[in-house]
Design a protein. Structure first.
Length: 249
């Protein structure tokens, strides 16, 4: 998107969020912030839609010092009216230990994704208590390749950034006044220490942006993106239902 298109789209998203909340007979929205750019952009848009009815939630769970520093920069810069902090570390340890004690063999990724699911449980508890909707933070790149946690950050009510490339999100962050410390940091889901999105995916978001924009990319990029999209289909199509008994032949 060029600057004009992006500005118009951000205005549209503000109004879209308002309309969806009203249509759902709700009063506002809740956003989990991580210290990353996607959640910062969603929180900034949400605040424009509902200045007095947006709750932003910081949920540390083995979060890094950089996560917290960026979160503090965001709060200081955008001055949210309603900030909630819920430390999930002890809850996560209890959950982890109970699973281990039960004899379940946990993979590293499954355990890491449990953090995202605990966070989403927290957001929905807050949302339901206030008659709010939960806003997701996944962008087009993440959604297309399935780079999100099923029933974690993928389990939300509204996904404002789902049509925005990563570069669009970065440009939107500048327009919305997101701090440079967040814009310039390496994207990370903070699943474990020193984890970054691009090292886990295998290449940069810029290359995914290019491919999804129909630009020429190396075959290895195209093949990898297509593969990730295919194997993550189940994440984007939840709760599949069987045929009705009258449909059986």
């Amino acid at each position: 998107m060029n600057d004009k298109e992006l500005n118009n789209y951000l205005d549209y998203l503000v109004n879209w969020i308002k309309e969806e909340v009203i249509n759902a007979n709700q009063k506002g929205v809740v956003v989990g912030i991580s210290g990353g750019i996607d959640s910062a952009v969603v929180a900034a848009i949400a605040q424009r839609a509902f200045p007095n009815n947006t709750t932003v939630v910081w949920m540390p769970c083995e979060s890094s010092d950089l996560d917290e520093s960026c979160k503090n920069d965001l709060i200081k810069e955008l001055k949210f009216n309603n900030l909630v902090e819920v430390d999930l570390y002890k809850s996560f340890l209890t959950f982890k230990n109970e699973l281990i004690n039960s004899g379940v063999e946990l993979s590293k990724l499954a355990l890491a994704n449990s953090k995202a699911r605990l966070r989403m449980t927290t957001l929905y508890a807050i949302a339901q208590s206030n008659n709010y909707l939960v806003l997701g933070t996944d962008n087009l790149c993440e959604w297309h390749i399935g780079y999100f946690t099923k029933f974690g950050d993928g389990g939300v009510d509204l996904v404002p950034l789902i049509h925005m490339l990563k570069r669009d999100v970065r440009n939107a962050a500048k327009i919305l006044g997101v701090p440079e410390s967040i814009i310039n940091r390496a994207p990370t889901a903070s699943l474990w220490e020193n984890q970054t999105d691009e090292s886990e995916i295998g290449f940069s978001y810029d290359l995914i942006d290019d491919y999804l924009s129909n630009k020429n990319v190396a075959n290895e990029v195209k093949n990898r993106v297509d593969y990730l999209h295919k194997i993550s289909h189940h994440k984007r199509n939840l709760a599949k239902k069987p045929l009705h008994y009258k449909e059986l032949k």
